[in-house]
Write a protein of this length. Structure first.
Length: 878
RNA sequence: GGGCGUAUAGCUCAGCUGGUAGAGCAUCUGCCUUACAAGCAGGGGGUCAUAGGUUCGAGUCCUAUUGCGCCCACCA
C-alpha cells in the first residue's frame, strides 16, 4: 500500500503552525454555503483587548473548538464567530496608565486624541489576540471576525438604545449610584466587588442644643458627618422614644439636626442610633427621601473633601477621617472606638474603593425585561450546564435592580442622546439628528457619556451575525447553539444576553450554556497579576505543544468545576501524543508491506472482531459524552481505548500475522489496523487537532483533511459471525496471558509448553496461537479437552472457560506454586462471596430487578467454575 | 444572614440514571522484546470527611455536623 511517512521523532513544533496555516488557507474553518445543512453556531466570548490571553481563555477556546470541530465532523454546518471586546473601562484604565508613564493625561489629548490612541491600542492588542487564538488551534471563521465597536455592531447598539428608550425601558435620572473615584465614572452594581476590611466603629456623642440629653451614634464613616442631616432611631426603641422629633447638634459643624424614627434602624446594632448622611450612603439616601431630609455632599468628584468645611478642603477620605476623629476626641465627644470588620466595595477594574454618589445617569429598567429571561431558563429554552447555575441566575434576575448603563468614559459607544441647548429636550436617535425633535433648534449636543461595555456585549450573539439587518447569516445561524463561558460572568454577560436576545430578536440567543471553572495555579490559587502566578498559555504551547495544552485542560475535568494547572498532566499529554505517533509509525510501516486492505468480515480473526467491537462501544460512549458536554470523560475513554486496547493488545496480537507474508488474514489485519487507528484519530481530533491531522493524512484512503472527515459512528448492527464469542474469548485469552506474566517465571529466553484444557475455546486459541506464544512466552501449544497427562510441576491459570498449564522442570517450586494457588483461591472466594451473599439474600432475590439477579448468577457461576478448577489442580498436586 | 460547591490512593482529579472503588503522576519489582525508555510487563497503596437515615444493596439518594472554597445581601 502507498502510505505517507512520519518523522521518526514526534515533535509538535514540526507541524502545528503549518497545519493551521493550511487549514485557514483552504477555508476549512468556513461553514459551507449549503443552507440545507443544519447549522451549529458558537460565538466566542470576546476576549478583552486589554492584553494577551491567559489560561482561562485557553480553556474557554479549547472547549469551544472541541464542540465546533466535533459538530463539523458530525455533519453540521459549524460556524464559530471570533472577535474581541473593546472592554470600555478596562481598556481605558490601561491606556490612561500607559499615558501616565509618558506624562500625558486624557485632558491633554482631548476626546478625539484619546480615541485615536485607543484605536491604535485596539489594533495592536486585537491583532495579538487573534494570533493567539490561532495558536490554540481554534477553527473559527476569521472572515467573520468582529469587534464590539465595528460599525455594524455600533449600529446594533444605537438601535437597541433607541428601541429601549422609545419603549420606556431606558430612562435618565438622578439616583444614588456607585462611583469609582479613580476611574471617574459610575459603575453598575455588578461591577462592584466586595472585600473585607478591618476598621473601627466610632461612637460619637451628639448632644442636645442645651445639653439636656444626648445620643451616641456609631459609624464607620466619621468623615462624612459634615453631611449628616439627621440621626435615626428605631420607632420602638424605648431608649430613644422620648427623643424622637427633638434635635441634636452636630459636633464641629455646630448645626442642629433632627432625631427621626425609621424602621430600617436595627436596635441591636451599635448604639441603636445612626447618623443619616443622605449624600453618602444608599440606606441614608433612602431614609432621606422618606423623611425629606436635605442632601449635603461633602466630596468632590475625586472623593476629596469639598469646601463645605474650609479647613478640610482637598483632603482625601483617609486623612479627613483622621482629622475628624482627632477633633472629635479633643471635643470629648468620641465615646468609644470599637474594632470592626465590614465589607467595602471596590472597583472591579482598578480595585480602588468605590463610593456611593448621587448623580444623573442613564438606566435600564430591568424588572419587566428580566421576566421572560427568567422564564426561558425555567422552561428549558436555555439550558445551563451544570444545572446548578440556574439558582445563581434566578437569584440575580429575580432581585434585579435597574441597570446603570452610562459611564463617564471616552472609550466606548457614545450614548445616542442629544440635548437641545434651547429647550432642553432630549432627542434619542440611532442616527445623529441635526435638530431638536421638539423645537427644531439646530443647537443640540450629544451626551458626553459612553455606555457600559456590557451593553454591547449583551447583543453579541446577534450583532455579530448582522442584526439589526436581516442578513443571511442572522437568519440562518441565529439563534446560536451553545455558549461556553466561565461561571464568573453569569450576571455581567449571560443574563444580559438572554434578556437582550429575547427582547430584540424574539428568540433566546443560545440553547445551551456550558459553564466551566477557573484555571488555578498548581497550588490551587487563583492566577493573578498581583501574585505573579499566572501561566502564559503560549509558553506552555512552546514547551509542550498546543495539543498537549488542550489535553491537559480537558482530561479529568467536569463541567463547572475549577481546574488546577498541572505540569504532570502536560507531560502525560505529551506521552500520549508520542504514543499515538509511534503506534502510527508502526501501522504505516506495516501497511506499506501489504498489497491491499481486506475488509471482508469473513477474514476477520477473533482479535479483529474483538477490537472492532471495543471500538464500536467506545465510539458510542464518546459521542454520548460529548453530546452531554462531558469532555473529560470522552477524552479519557479515547485515551484508554487507544493506549490500552489498541496499542497494548491489538497491535501486539497482530504482529505475528503481519510478519508472516503467508498468513491468510494478513490483509485483514491491515484493514483493521488502518480502520481502528483512523477512527481513534478522528475521535481524538476535536481534542488534539494537530497531531491527529498530521498522522491521519498519511493513512491510506484518508480524506484530504481529518477536519472534514466524518466522525466515527457507532454501528448498531455490527455483528460479525461469532461476535459475542470473539469478545468473550479474547477477554479470556487476555486474562490468561496476564496471569502468566503475573505469576510465572517465564522470559523470552525461558519459554515453556502450554497446555490448554478447554472445549469451547479451541478455535479461538488455535487461531491465536501465534501471539499467545509470543505474549505468554510459550514454546508450543497443546489444546485438549481433559486433563490427561498434565505434569505435577506445572503452573496453571484458570479462567471460567479454560485452564492453562505450563509445565516446568526447575523454574517453579511445587510448594511455591501451591502457595500461589492458595492465594488465588482466596481471592476467588472473596469475589464469589459477594455474589453468594447477594443471591442468598431473600431481600435481593425478591426486590432486585431480574437483570441484576441474572448478572449475579452468571458471575457466581463463573467464580464457582474457576474455584473448582483451582481446587482440582491443588488436589492433583498432592 | 442567605445560597452554592467541594471533601475518593502519597499528589492532582474522574466516577452518568445506586449493583465486586478508577486514571495520570509518584512509589516498588522486572525488562533497551526490531512502533514507542516520552516505553513495555507487573506489584503495593483507599473503612470514598463524620454521624444518622432511605434501600435487598449507598462513594453515588436524604438529613445533620465539620473542614476548605466561592457567590449573593444596603445592618451604620
Amino acid at each position: 500500500m502507498k502510505t505517507g511517512k512520519l518523522e521518526d521523532k514526534f515533535n509538535p513544533k514540526d507541524f502545528e503552525n503549518d497545519l493551521y496555516k493550511n487549514w485557514e488557507e483552504k477555508g476549512y474553518f468556513k461553514p459551507s454555503n449549503d443552507k440545507t445543512k443544519i447549522p451549529y453556531t458558537i460565538v466566542i466570548p470576546p476576549p478583552n483587548i486589554t492584553g494577551k490571553l491567559h489560561m482561562g481563555h485557553a480553556l474557554d477556546e479549547t472547549y469551544q473548538d472541541i464542540l465546533i470541530r466535533y459538530k463539523r465532523m458530525c455533519g453540521f454546518n459549524s460556524l464559530w464567530v471570533p472577535g474581541t471586546d473593546h472592554a470600555a473601562i478596562a481598556t481605558e484604565v490601561k491606556i490612561v496608565e500607559k499615558m501616565k508613564e509618558e506624562g500625558i493625561s486624557k485632558e491633554d489629548l482631548g476626546r478625539e486624541g484619546f480615541l485615536k490612541r485607543a484605536w491604535e491600542w485596539k489594533k495592536e492588542y486585537g491583532g495579538t489576540i487573534s494570533k493567539q487564538i490561532r495558536k490554540l488551534g481554534c477553527s473559527c471563521d476569521w472572515s467573520r471576525e468582529r469587534f464590539t465597536m465595528d460599525e455594524g455592531l455600533s449600529n446594533a447598539v444605537n438601535t437597541v438604545f433607541e428601541n429601549l428608550y422609545n419603549k420606556g425601558y431606558i430612562y435618565r435620572g438622578k439616583r444614588m449610584i456607585t462611583w469609582c473615584p479613580s476611574c471617574h465614572t459610575s459603575l453598575s452594581d455588578a461591577e462592584v466587588e466586595y472585600e473585607d476590611e478591618d476598621t473601627h466603629l466610632w461612637h460619637i456623642r451628639y448632644s442636645a442644643p442645651d445639653g439636656s440629653y444626648s445620643v451616641v451614634v456609631a459609624t464607620t464613616r466619621p468623615e462624612t458627618m459634615f453631611g449628616d442631616t439627621a440621626v435615626a432611631v428605631h420607632p420602638d426603641d424605648e431608649r430613644y422614644k422620648g427623643l424622637i422629633g427633638k434635635t441634636v447638634v452636630l459636633p464641629i459643624m455646630n448645626k442642629e439636626i433632627p432625631i427621626i424614627a425609621d424602621e430600617f434602624v436595627e436596635k441591636e446594632f451599635g448604639t441603636g442610633a445612626v447618623k443619616i448622611t443622605p449624600a453618602h450612603d444608599p440606606n441614608d439616601y433612602e431614609a432621606g427621601l422618606r423623611h425629606n431630609l436635605p442632601i449635603i455632599d461633602v466630596f468632590d468628584e475625586e472623593y476629596n473633601m469639598n469646601d463645605l468645611v474650609p479647613e478640610y478642603k482637598g483632603m482625601d477620605t483617609i486623612s479627613a477621617r483622621k482629622k475628624v476623629v482627632d477633633q472629635l476626641s479633643k471635643l470629648g465627644v468620641l465615646v468609644k472606638i470599637e474594632d470592626y470588620k465590614h465589607s467595602v466595595g471596590t472597583c472591579y477594574r482598578c480595585h480602588s474603593k468605590v463610593e456611593p454618589k448621587i448623580s444623573e445617569q442613564w438606566f435600564v429598567r430591568m424588572k419587566e425585561l428580566a421576566e421572560p429571561a427568567i422564564k426561558a431558563v425555567k422552561n428549558g429554552e436555555v439550558k445551563f450546564i451544570p444545572e446548578r447555575f440556574d439558582k445563581t441566575y434566578f437569584n440575580w434576575m429575580e432581585n434585579i435592580k435597574d441597570w446603570c448603563i452610562s459611564r463617564q468614559l471616552w472609550w466606548g459607544h457614545r450614548i445616542p442622546a442629544y440635548y437641545c441647548d434651547d429647550c432642553n429636550e432630549i432627542t434619542v436617535s440611532k442616527v445623529a439628528p441635526d435638530r431638536c425633535s421638539r423645537c427644531g433648534s439646530s443647537h443640540i449636543h450629544q451626551d458626553e457619556d459612553t455606555l457600559d461595555t456590557w451593553f454591547s456585549s449583551a447583543l453579541w450573539p446577534f450583532s455579530t451575525l448582522g442584526w439589526p439587518e436581516q442578513t443571511e447569516d442572522f437568519k440562518y445561524f441565529y439563534p446560536t447553539a451553545t455558549l461556553i463561558t466561565g461561571y464568573d460572568i453569569i450576571f455581567f454577560w449571560v443574563a444580559r444576553m438572554i434578556f437582550s436576545g429575547i427582547e430584540h430578536t424574539g428568540e433566546v440567543p443560545f440553547k445551551n450554556v456550558l459553564f466551566h471553572g477557573i484555571v488555578r495555579d498548581s497550588q490551587g490559587r487563583k492566577m493573578s497579576k498581583s501574585l505573579g502566578n499566572g501561566i502564559d498559555p503560549l509558553e506552555v504551547i512552546d514547551k509542550y505543544g498546543t495539543d498537549a495544552l488542550r489535553f491537559s485542560l480537558t482530561l479529568g475535568i467536569s463541567p463547572g468545576n475549577d481546574i488546577r494547572y498541572s505540569e504532570e498532566k502536560l507531560e502525560a499529554a505529551g506521552n500520549f501524543a508520542n504514543k499515538i505517533w509511534n503506534a502510527s509509525k508502526f501501522v504505516l510501516m506495516n501497511l506499506e508491506q501489504i498489497d491491499e486492505l481486506d475488509s471482508n468480515p469473513e477474514h476477520f480473526t477473533y482479535e479483529d472482531k474483538w477490537i472492532l467491537n471495543k471500538l464500536n462501544n467506545t465510539v458510542k460512549e464518546v459521542r454520548n459524552n460529548i453530546e452531554n458536554f462531558d469532555f473529560g470523560v470522552a477524552l479519557q475513554k479515547i485515551y484508554d481505548f487507544t493506549w490500552d486496547e489498541f496499542c497494548d493488545w491489538y497491535i501486539e496480537m497482530c504482529k505475528p500475522r503481519l510478519y508472516n507474508k503467508e498468513d491468510a488474514t494478513r490483509n485483514a489485519a491491515g484493514y483493521v489496523l488502518n480502520k481502528v487507528l483512523g477512527d481513534c484519530l478522528k475521535m481524538l481530533h476535536p481534542f488534539m487537532p494537530f497531531v491527529t491531522e498530521q498522522i491521519y493524512t498519511k493513512l491510506p484512503g484518508s480524506d484530504e483533511t481529518i477536519m472534514l472527515s466524518d466522525y466515527p459512528e457507532a454501528d448498531e448492527n455490527i455483528c460479525f459471525d461469532r461476535e459475542e464469542d470473539a469478545v468473550e474469548q479474547i477477554k479470556e485469552i487476555i486474562v490468561g496471558i496476564r496471569n502468566i506474566r503475573n505469576n510465572m517465571n517465564v522470559h523470552p529466553s525461558r519459554k515453556a509448553k502450554m497446555i490448554f484444557v478447554t472445549t469451547s475455546m479451541k478455535e479461538a486459541i488455535t487461531e491465536s496461537e501465534g501471539y499467545i506464544k509470543k505474549l505468554g512466552f510459550g514454546e508450543e501449544i497443546h489444546i485438549q479437552a481433559n486433563k490427561e497427562e498434565i505434569p505435577q510441576n506445572a503452573v496453571s491459570v484458570v479462567t471460567s472457560k479454560m485452564e492453562l498449564y505450563m509445565p516446568f522442570e526447575d523454574l517453579v517450586d511445587l510448594e511455591e506454586e501451591r502457595q500461589r494457588l492458595e492465594k488465588e483461591k482466596e481471592k476467588i472466594l472473596k469475589d464469589k462471596a459477594i455474589f453468594d451473599g447477594m443471591l442468598s439474600n431473600p431481600g435481593f432475590m425478591a426486590k432486585a430487578p431480574e437483570a441484576k439477579i441474572n448478572e449475579a448468577k452468571e458471575k457466581q457461576a463463573k467464580f464457582a467454575e474457576m474455584l473448582k478448577a483451582i481446587e482440582d489442580r491443588m488436589n492433583g498436586m498432592k
